[in-house]
Design a protein around this ligand. Structure first.
Ligand SMILES: [Zn+2]
Length: 141
């Protein structure tokens, strides 16, 4: 599938994304970059809340499915709902990986790996860049 040949609920030009996002956010969200491990603001966050797409605000993950993977990036074993993210096969590293993107705006979030033996309910690890997310703390606690 052609990565650019898709329509999203939120569609912006490259110029608009550059204006709205910081250079670091733009590089990860719109150019599928990866932030350095162990530096992201949500890597070890335990607070309860919802993680939304930093580019468009769509709610993507919850703290309920976040777990300690010790891989250096925030890790979730499941998205908030099956259709909040979309998947694209990626061979950039010379092996098959599955890229995870926001289904609402097409921005890059990270990758999903499975069968690593983390002992989570799905045996999947959504390895997501902190900079792709905005954490919304639970308000009723
Ligand atoms: Zn989005």
């Amino acid at each position: 599938m052609d990565k650019t040949d898709r329509s999203y609920a939120v569609t912006k030009t490259d110029e608009q994304w550059r204006e709205e996002l910081s250079p670091a956010e733009y590089q990860v969200l719109r150019q599928a970059g990866t932030e350095r491990p162990f530096v992201g603001e949500y890597t070890d966050t335990k607070a309860e809340g919802v993680y939304a797409c930093r580019a468009c605000g769509a709610e993507l993950f919850t703290s309920d499915t976040k777990f300690d993977s010790h891989c250096g990036w925030p890790s979730f074993y499941s998205p908030l709902a099956g259709d909040t993210v979309e998947y694209l096969e990626d061979y950039d590293m010379g092996m098959k990986r599955v890229e995870v993107r926001c289904a609402n705006c097409g921005s890059h979030l990270g990758h999903v790996f499975e069968g690593e033996g983390y002992g989570t309910p799905t045996d999947q690890r959504y390895c997501i860049n902190s900079i792709s997310l905005t954490m919304r703390p639970k308000s009723d606690s």
